[in-house]
Design a protein around this ligand. Sequence first.
Ligand code: SF4
Length: 219
Amino acid sequence: MTQERPKLTPPDGETKVLLHSCCAPCSGEVMEAMTASGIDYTIFFYNPNIHPKKEYLLRKDENIRFAEQHNVPFVDADYDADNWFSRAKGMEWEPERGIRCTMCFDMRFERTALYAHENGFPVITSSLGISRWKNMTQINDCGHRAAGPYDGVQYWDFNWRKGGGASRMIEISKREEFYMQEYCGCIYSLRDTNDFRLSRGREKIKIGTMYYGRDEPQE
Ligand code: SF4
């Protein structure tokens, strides 16, 4: 049985939050949890790491669809992929959860914190940490580092996985039949996931084909 959600309170009792969202499946539970707690939030979609553009648009459009369904404002930030590639130079062969990922989180959170500073959001947070594939400490360190330079902005390092959040994330994804991405996002994670699959005799990823509630993910 699904656990009840706890009542959430952002840091210092703030009620206005800018939510950096990586995709609909990860942000679905975060969004519903904040809505249930009466938090006034806006989605900030800044993910220039996602490659190719077809995959980027699939993830973004799914997130927009869900935001519209909830009447949540959605800020569609730049797809400055050239900038991402130049910051990733020399890190092409780094493993997931390594320094390339730190750079990737830093870059996305820096833009989120800047937008929060310029647009009066006292708190930023992210859906990135809800995935069990991610290192929560690494993400939280990046979030705090990004908010650090701004006096009026703080990073909310709430653990969205706990209290049943991780299982509600899957339930919501199935209920909404969200598009199911099969790799983290960048060209290097796509390469590495495909290499892993081929080494197991499986087919390469076919972008745009898998949906929660209709297809079963493979480990
Ligand atoms: S593996 Fe994921 S977090 Fe790491 S650099 Fe690629 S897209 Fe970013």
